[in-house]
Design a protein around this ligand. Structure first.
Ligand code: PRP
Length: 203
């Protein structure tokens, strides 16, 4: 039987996921010494694929990876044609609206910069506010500082990026953490293996 293939989000979530796999008894030697390799065996029955968050979702949705570890932020932004089977309890942060400490009143917000336009549109629509959403690829904090937007919607972990740039939280949107997601067909075809792995991960 071919190994169960798991797409891991590179960067922040990668280290925690590897720690979790190790604690669950899987041999992660190769992932920890990966060099520039992107597909690595973990024990005998698992293969890990290292990808960017949005691509983790693409690989799982298209069935080339059975499972994925990705933040709820990316899931909320990019849809859900897969099962979300476990809250892994790490990568905890939150979506927040943030702006300059001397910025405009919340009810007067007109422009919002973000890496998450879908989440942002849904949030402001839910509040009945008509705002213009500007997509930014990174370091979103720059947008209010450069007066491109009144506020940002972004993930906040420690809050130090906001603080060091003279910004503050104006509203909390929702909490976020890493999730284990599963391809819909894999859940049917490899149910026992997947359940056994997810049980080990929550112990
Ligand atoms: C994220 C986020 C904030 C920062 C928040 O950016 O967009 O900038 O982390 O973390 P903090 O509250 O602990 O300061 P990331 O580091 O992923 O880089 P990016 O801005 O290039 O997306």
């Amino acid at each position: 039987m071919k190994p169960l293939r798991i797409a891991l989000t590179k960067g922040r979530l990668e280290k925690k996921t590897v720690e979790l796999l190790e604690a669950a008894g899987y041999d992660c030697t190769q992932v920890k010494d990966k060099g520039r390799r992107l597909i690595l065996p973990v024990g005998d029955n698992i293969e890990v694929v290292l990808a960017k968050a949005a691509d983790v979702i693409t690989y799982v949705e298209n069935g080339v990876c059975d499972l994925g570890v990705v933040g709820k932020d990316t899931i909320m932004e990019l849809g859900n044609s897969f099962y979300e089977i476990l809250d892994l309890g790490f990568g905890k942060c939150r979506f927040a609206v943030a702006g300059k400490t001397d910025g405009c009143e919340f009810s007067r917000i007109k422009t919002v910069a973000t890496k998450y336009p879908n989440v942002t549109r849904r949030y402001f629509e839910g509040l009945g506010m008509d705002v213009r959403v500007i997509k930014i690829e990174g370091s979103v904090e720059l947008a209010p500082l450069l007066s491109l937007a009144d506020v940002i919607v972004d993930i906040v972990e420690t809050g130090s990026t906001l603080k060091e740039n003279g910004l503050e939280i104006k509203a909390e949107v929702c909490p976020i953490s890493a999730r284990l997601i599963c391809n819909i067909a894999s859940m049917k075809l490899r149910k026992d293996e997947i359940e056994s792995l997810s049980e080990k991960l929550v112990q």
